[in-house]
Each structure stands twice: as C-alpha cells, then as structure tokens.
Write a protein that binds this ligand. Sequence first.
Ligand code: NAD
Length: 278
Amino acid sequence: MSVKTALITGAAQGIGKAIAVNLAQKGFQLALADLPQQADKAQSVIKEIQAARPKTKAPIFLPVDVSDRQSVFDAVDKAADHFGSFDVMVNNAGIAMVAKVLECTPEELDRIMKINVGGVLYGTQAATKKFVQLNRGGDYTPSTVKTAKRELTGKIINCCSIVGNGAFAALPLYSASKFAVKGLTQASAKELAPLGITVNAYAPGIVLTPMWDLIDSKLAEITGLPTGENLKRAIDGIALKRGETPEDVAGLVGFLASEGSDYITGQNIAVDGGISYN
Ligand code: NAD
C-alpha cells in the first residue's frame, strides 16, 4: 500500500501546525500550504516533523493564497506530483474578523467570504479533480459520477467553528462564513459520495492560537472589558473548564483523516470541551 499524502492549508502555525504534527505521527506525507510570508514558520514546522521521523520523505512547503482558485489548484498538483499520491485535503486556513454587525463593510464581507468560504470551495474542487485523476484515470466529467463506484478515493476535511452552529455577538461575518462552510460541507458530501469522496468538518471552540489573541484584543475594545477577561468568561462557559489547545483539534482531524472514519460523511463535529451544548 502506498504512503498516504495530505495537504493542509494554514499549516504554518496554530491549529494547522498541530494537524501537521498529528498526521506526521500517523505516517502521512505532508504538503504544508500557507501564505508566502509564512514560509519561515512553515520551514520550522517541517524541521520539527523531520527531526521526529527522519526516515520518511520530508514535508514540503507550498505558498498558497486560498482565496485564489488557481493557487489552490497549483498547490494540489504540486503535492501530488512530489509525493506520487494524494489522499486527504484539510481546508484549515481561515481568518477571524471582530466587528459589530452594523459596522461591517462590503470590503470586510468580501474578504472573509473569499478566504473562509472560497478557500474551502477551491480546496474541495482541486482535491476532487485530483482524486478522480489518480483513482479513475481521467479528468472529472458529469459521466464520471454516473459510472463511479463508491470505493473510497479521498477525504476532504473542512474547518468550521462553534460559531458556525450558533453565532456569538461581535463575530457576525466570521460566524456567517462558518455557517457557509457547514452548508458547503453537507452539500459536497452528498455530491461527491458517488466519487468515493467523504467530506466532513471539525468545529473547534476557543483555541489558544494567534487567532484567538487577535479576537480577544478586539473583543476587549468592543465589550470594554480588559484584555483576557473575555477569555476568562468564555472559559467559564466550557464544560471542561479550560481553553482548547491546537492539539485537541488535531486529535479529531487525525481521526477524520484515518481509516476509522471511512463511514462518516457530511458531518460537522464539535471539538470544543462541551461549550456548544450549554
Ligand atoms: P491562526 O491565525 O493561528 O492560523 C491561520 C493560518 O491560516 C495562518 O498560518 C495564516 O497564515 C493562514 N492563512 C490565513 N489566510 C490565508 C490565505 N488566504 N491563504 C492561505 N493561508 C492563509 O488561526 P487558527 O486559530 O490556527 O485557525 C485555523 C482555523 O481554525 C481557521 O479556519 C479558524 O477560523 C478556525 N478556528 C479557530 C478557532 C480559534 O479559537 N482559534 C476556533 C474555531 C475555528
């Protein structure tokens, strides 16, 4: 059996980095995709992974802007060409935006939708094209679906959020973008099942990454509470009473990328310490 290959977007830091480390431990060959300015950080992740498993082919860094469709397609092509297989696409990259609903601008709407929703859409399209090429020996056409058998050919894993299940105040556009990711995940799962592709999403809660630092400082401006106080109050609402680590999220994504999840599709699974059923 060939070694499996995964591409992770937004892999230079935070949750994406933890996913890379988790999948490396599971033996995946890895393409770490992120913005060009994140190259140095991505290279450190690569060094860390390689030091832990020197005998496996080293991960590669692929500069990508997930809001640019062609750049995502190019990254998937490069990953598959380099490693000779392509099995899992993790559409993890995303940005947050803290604002009051009455103050959101058209430019902000455009930007967050292009990255958070466009990135998932383009990642889904590029991965599907590659899964079909590698497993069915040709380009995708509508007749590919008609003639397809449903043996598993690939897995797509999208990053949603607890605010894609129920909105928080002060994150209206971010929340809208994650509701959209949930819808896209469900629709893709139905459409791509005949091609043997599963599509699922993970919905983290309050994860202590650079993104959360940004949210917390902006929330402080909006709520008037001192920096850190919003986090303290949010953690009070979590059943497990602690903030989430990127590794907590990576544990779920590692499962979704592995064989144990073969019969799961169309799901948006919360990994949030129990905040979202309160
Ligand atoms: P982060 O800001 O620490 O990391 C995000 C990564 O995505 C960065 O490396 C960044 O360079 C990359 N990125 C941003 N825009 C990109 C683009 N256009 N093209 C390519 N890469 C791009 O954030 P994180 O907390 O690790 O978040 C990762 C994912 O988890 C995001 O989709 C986020 O919405 C989601 N999420 C985070 C939290 C949280 O509390 N941190 C909670 C729920 C969901």
